[in-house]
Design a binder for this molecule. Structure first.
Ligand code: SF4
Ligand code: FES
Length: 248
């Protein structure tokens, strides 16, 4: 298929940036979206133009790096997939596709489609660690009984890949879905109880310090999350936070 691409180009964080139009031809419907971007970049390199900077790593929906806003949707039109898992069969010959970075004040653009998501790393660092008894009497984690439904809920929360689609989609640029997934994966398990109070207080404080907006329960984050992280996690984080503040 032949496509017109309108792509955000921005030299660096200080550049104003603009949409630039490109054409690609003979794109196979079996290509992934990132492979289509590779074809364009090869074209640009061959004509001595600057290739488009974009983030990627695993290319199989695990690392959360491929942050592209495609035709006004984080990770494009398909549900439950990251940009690297999106295939060109989701588009039609002759389509015009708009490609922009994930936008939020807390995710400044570094270059073209690459944004700085280190705010997420700092929130996770603020959450810290879990205490493990290393006295020689350590209990094997697998021998601690955990109800199946609770283990499943914790596992579901732990599938968050930190891609930032929730922030890019939210009209307030709120990071509540991401932070609540990280809080929940520990809050649900016995191993997470020792530091539970500090964890939720510190992660929420760091989230606010990074400049993410507040949650107004729109729910767009849940719809666009490639891992189906549920809004239930936000409710759980709010309960954890209230519990923590009432302990003083
Ligand atoms: S909650 Fe979903 S959209 Fe947000 S960072 Fe995690 S995986 Fe990405
Ligand atoms: S490149 Fe790793 S999730 Fe897309």
């Amino acid at each position: 298929m032949n496509l017109t691409l309108k792509i955000w180009r921005q030299k660096d964080a200080n550049d104003k940036g603009k949409i630039v139009e490109y054409k690609v031809t003979d794109i196979s419907e079996h290509m992934s979206f990132l492979e289509m971007m590779d074809v364009l970049n090869e074209q640009l390199v061959n004509s001595s133009d600057e290739p488009i900077a974009f983030d990627h790593d695993c290319r199989e929906g695990i690392c959360g790096m491929c942050s592209m806003y495609i035709n006004g949707q984080a990770h494009g039109p398909d549900g439950g997939v990251t940009t690297c898992q999106l295939h060109m069969r989701s588009f039609k010959d002759g389509d015009t596709i708009y490609i922009e970075p994930f936008r939020a004040n807390a995710f400044p653009v570094i270059k073209d489609l690459v944004v700085d998501r280190s705010a997420f790393d700092r929130i996770q660092h603020a959450g810290g660690y879990i205490s493990v008894n290393t006295s020689g009497n350590t209990q094997d984690a697998n021998s601690i009984p955990i109800a199946k439904d609770i283990a499943d809920e914790a596992m579901d929360a732990a599938t968050c890949i930190g891609c930032g689609a929730c922030v890019a989609t939210c009209k307030n640029s709120s990071a509540m879905l991401f932070v609540s997934a990280k809080v929940s994966q520990y809050a649900l398990l016995p191993q997470g109880q020792v530091e539970a109070t500090d964890r939720v207080m510190n992660m929420v404080a760091q989230m606010d310090a990074e400049g993410f907006g507040n949650c107004t329960n729109t729910g767009a984050c849940e719809v666009e999350c490639p891992k189906g992280i549920s809004l239930e996690n936000i409710a759980r984080m709010n309960r954890e936070y209230m519990k923590a503040t009432s302990k003083g």
